[in-house]
Design a protein around this ligand. Structure first.
Ligand code: PRP
Length: 210
């Protein structure tokens, strides 16, 4: 049996569609339930539903053999896990955003950056040699500059709608983001005869839907 960690929400729904196309019976996953552990009828796959940022945690610790999460989460969490496939889902960009003049010098004070991604932000500005104040938020990050909590934000931009509707704009693009199939390093060896055929099927489905 393979245990798979899925991030609750849209990404899980898209992953379930891919699995169905692979021939996995996902009926149990689409039922309305508050259960967090669900097993498909053949017993070959068990699913756990976790917060997106926790997918790499479960996979690194071997509680889940595989998982699906965004490359933004993988970068931020920096866990010892193996990236097996780019699923091409959940495509967006990690960006610095704010008002067009948000980065102008403010009397030598450090730039204030609101973000859910503290580690990526620290690394990004460290590499630029800039001293910044990082303000950790858990959502609605765009409110930072709008309400004056921060000068800029580091966040994902998908359609750009949230920025636009709040009068903000992309100032710098950091990297593209997409969902990845990640694997526990030990499971990849001990369960390779279960994981590899499933990964192959997923790869074929993705290629056929391109
Ligand atoms: C994400 C992200 C942006 C928004 C970007 O937030 O943090 O706020 O989506 O998408 P867009 O470019 O298509 O507008 P999410 O919807 O996950 O909610 P959150 O603010 O609660 O994290």
């Amino acid at each position: 049996m393979i245990t798979a960690a899925l991030a609750k929400g849209r990404l899980a729904d898209q992953t379930i569609e891919i699995l169905e196309a692979c021939g996995v019976d996902c009926a149990v996953l689409t039922e309305k339930t508050r259960k967090l552990v669900l097993t498909e009828p053949s017993g070959a796959l068990r699913f756990i539903f976790v917060k997106p940022a926790d997918v790499p945690v479960y996979v690194e610790n071997g509680i889940a053999d595989v998982g699906v999460c965004g490359s933004d989460t993988i970068l931020e969490e920096d866990r010892k896990i193996y990236e097996l496939l780019d699923l091409g889902l959940g495509k967006c960009r990690l960006c610095i955003a704010g008002y067009p003049d948000s980065e102008k010098k403010r009397g030598g004070a450090a730039l204030r950056v609101a973000t859910k991604y503290e580690n990526i932000t620290r690394e990004y500005y460290h590499n630029k040699g800039e001293n910044v104040e990082i303000i950790k938020l858990n959502g609605s990050v765009e409110l930072g500059p709008v309400m004056g909590l921060s000068d800029v934000i580091l966040d994902i931009v998908e359609s750009g709608g949230t920025l636009r509707e709040n009068g903000l704009t992309v100032l710098h693009e950091i990297c593209p983001v997409s969902a990845r199939l990640v694997v526990n390093k030990v499971s990849l060896k001990t369960k390779s005869d279960e994981i590899k055929p499933l990964a192959e099927k997923i790869k074929r489905v993705i290629e056929n839907t391109k």
